[in-house]
Design a protein around this ligand. Sequence first.
Ligand code: SAM
Length: 284
Amino acid sequence: MSKVYEDTKFLMKKYGITANKKLGQNFLIDEEVVNDIVKYSDIVKEDLVIEIGPGLGVLTEKLLQKAGKVISIELDKRMVDILQERFIQYHHFEIIHEDVLKVDLAKLIQKNKEKFGLKTVKIVANLPYYITTPIIMKLLEEKLEIQSITVMIQKEVAKRLTATPGQRNSGAITYTVYYYAIPEEIRTVLNTSFIPEPEVESEVIKLTLREKPVISITNEAKIFELIKVAFMQRRKTLLNAIGNSFTNVTKEQMQQILQQLDIDLKIRGEALTIEQFAKIAEQL
Ligand code: SAM
């Protein structure tokens, strides 16, 4: 059995830990997967690494060997206490007991980069699956100064996040990810790689943040609202979806816009590229 497995078993027994399902606790026990996450994160000494949901610290331990500083954000107080004790000897480790969705990440990043003279910021995590989407959206939409996000998530969500907009598997979030980042699938992970085993399949993905968004648009809020409406009714044609639900636009106006842009009137939102959505948003 691997060290990661032994460590997890030992810590669970020592502290009487049972996984809290509500907090998405599935502890990684597969050494190869832990090593791959760290490897593909490309961590160097100049990096500030922010880990979301460290749990018992299997990933944290390896991140600490590579990074200039590791800040782990954990909601479960039991884990916070364990990690404070487990990594007491590491002066470049900090744990924050908080819901990651409530943390002011921009402030945290700025403060730590300055204080420790670190150059780049990377996010690494085996995410709690029940809040994968809000976490990814927060990381992207807050326009944080981060270089990459390497995370384990539910396989089905991974397919959506890494799809090419306008092609198979794409959803509204595909466009947001593609706008801000270059997505990559790293590897799939068996259910037996965790205790307890999750009910869904898992995958590791990496999002490398673009220096600037893939296209320049004047009104970001509008294009993403448009995409959201198009995908809420993805079985309908774009004309019907938007014509019925988008504020202040009649079906006739929408038809004119599509004709002007030479877009098929029968097209569904899910088949549009981000550039086409941007052009429509500009006309609205
Ligand atoms: N990193 C550990 C591992 O790989 O074994 C644990 C991963 S487990 C899938 C997800 C972790 O996220 C748990 O430790 C859980 O307590 C924590 N968590 C759940 N909700 C959270 C939130 N809102 N903010 C921060 N951490 C959270």
